[in-house]
Design a protein around this ligand. Sequence first.
Ligand code: ZN
Length: 195
Amino acid sequence: MFIEPKNNRGWIEVVCGSMFSGKTEELIRRVKRAKIANLKVRIFKPKMETRYDKVKVVSHDDNYVDSFPVDHSGEILRWIDDVEVIGIDEAQFFDEELPAVCHQLANMGKRVVIAGLDMDYMAQPFGVMPNLMAMAEYVTKVHAICMQCGDVAQYSYRFTKSGGQVQLGEKDQYEPRCRSCYIKGMASQQAGKRR
Ligand code: ZN
């Protein structure tokens, strides 16, 4: 479990993993602890991420913290005057300037907590996540449970090949899988079967 360092210098934390791995829950846990410590916190997310609710970051157990939807990562800099801890959810959907923005925030002495998908459904690094992981002081990889075999899962397996890298509001088309079940599934898809 991540224990936050106690200093006033800025730094970057990344919480990453597949779908259903509890990334947002971990982000919220950290932000809530900062609130308990009387720190001013704010969570941002990309405006396109509207699966559940436009204003709140909602995790699966309805554990929510208010958040600001923004069109572009640069907008974050306009809303952080007295904010000490900045959360960023669904970071993989942000534009490519997000790493520079996070760097700037940390240099200003702010703590930046980022949650995002590390890989897309093709098991490729997702958007700016690899850059953020490289720049962060702390990286935590959280894992889901493979729905095929019950092992630890790191892949977001998608049942259909249609559509692009991003498919929102269709969580029922995905399931978390371990390496071997993911590979089996992809091979079956290649062979033209559904699984
Ligand atoms: Zn498995």
